[in-house]
Design a protein around this ligand. Structure first.
Ligand SMILES: CC(C)(COP(=O)(O)OP(=O)(O)OC[C@H]1O[C@@H](n2cnc3c(N)ncnc32)[C@H](O)[C@@H]1OP(=O)(O)O)[C@@H](O)C(=O)NCCC(=O)NCCS
Length: 309
């Protein structure tokens, strides 16, 4: 099959699978190594960040990624053949330390070839979930003792503590890696966000339970959330960047109140959809977000380390 015909078949399958997916953009062949099999093409890329960089807070230091276009009568078989070629390439890289990952991000509802990933040791690990604006609309729940308000610059330490708790919890689920200087990095990033507290839409919000700050949510709208346009066909999309409720306050409605507040902010800002990342194995966040009206849009399959000995 010709490359153009594969790309057309791929785009058609995706548009049938999920109306919220944008048209797949062309890739920059110079950014990686192109792989080609009967009825499938892929771009294999490698990226590396320094342990002290802000990006290292949220990802393995070395990531090998595969972007695929699948066509033909059996796109799952084409996917399997591409994964085999990619594995040969990865063998040469000797990426067998924990701080490396092989990652394939696929539209969640384009399930062809899923067993090919499982067979090669990949696990569905991280999801970019979407909530259309009109889904489960309704005001914030009345939760006794809960108040949601802008975070103040004086609350820097509280916000850093809550984020460290979140990292400690989320680390278990395969994407996030603790870094030696993460407290310093989080402090400086949070200080910057707090300096923006007077803007039209402050990004950090605190949940108090009977006057005690026990949770936070971080929201982003365009232009900060402009990257979301290449993941969702929704006009304008916001991003719920982070949320955490202290262990002592969980299961009492604080999280639901924070989420409802964030959705109200996104509605007021005219967002037609909201995206968020969560790790699938997180037994608290996964059911929580799906009860709040989200559903999977993109699923990232990880194999850590990238090459298994
Ligand atoms: C996910 C998280 C934010 C949810 O916050 P939360 O405050 O526990 O959420 P809620 O209390 O609103 O809802 C959780 C449960 O309590 C129940 N609940 C809500 N209000 C309640 C009330 N008044 N009385 C009893 N139960 C209640 C909800 O029905 C829900 O039940 P379920 O788990 O059986 O579906 C929180 O668990 C958390 O911070 N987890 C760790 C960090 C994390 O995973 N963050 C998200 C990263 S993407």
């Amino acid at each position: 099959m010709e490359i153009d015909a594969i790309a057309t078949a791929h785009a058609k399958r995706l548009s049938v699978a999920d109306a919220l997916l944008p048209t797949p953009p062309n890739w920059d062949a110079a950014a990686g190594t192109e792989l080609s099999v009967r009825d499938g093409v892929a771009l294999a890329t490698r990226s590396r960040v320094d342990a002290g960089s802000p990006e290292a807070l949220w990802r393995p230091l070395t990531e090998y990624r595969l972007n695929v276009r699948l066509g033909g009568a059996d796109p799952g078989a084409a996917f399997g053949a591409l994964l085999t070629e990619w594995d040969q390439l990865l063998e040469e890289s000797e990426a067998s330390d924990w701080d490396s990952a092989a990652v394939v991000t696929r539209p969640s509802r384009d399930t062809v070839g899923t067993s090919e990933l499982l067979r090669r040791g990949f696990a569905p690990t991280r999801v970019l979930a979407v909530r259309p604006a009109d889904r489960l609309a309704g005001g914030p729940p009345e939760v006794p003792g809960v108040r949601i308000r802008h975070a103040e610059p004086s609350e820097l330490n509280t916000l850093v503590r809550l984020q460290l708790e979140l990292r400690n919890y989320d680390e278990q689920f395969g994407v996030l890696t603790r870094r030696t200087d993460e407290e310093r990095a989080l402090t400086s990033a949070t200080r910057e966000l707090l300096a923006d507290a007077d803007s039209a839409l402050p990004s950090l919000w605190i949940a108090e339970l009977y006057g005690k700050p026990l949770g936070f949510v971080q929201v982003e709208v365009p232009p900060a959330a402009g990257w979301a346009d290449s993941y969702v066909a929704a006009g304008s999309a916001g991003y719920l960047a982070s949320m955490h409720v202290a262990e002592e306050a969980r299961s009492s409605g604080v999280g639901s109140a924070l989420a409802a507040h964030a959705h109200q902010l996104f509605d007021e800002a005219g967002m037609q959809a909201v995206l968020l990342h969560h790790t699938l194995a997180n037994p608290r966040s996964t059911p929580f977000w799906y009860a709040q009206g989200y559903r999977p849009l993109w699923t990232s399959w990880y194999r850590r380390p990238a090459v298994q000995g």
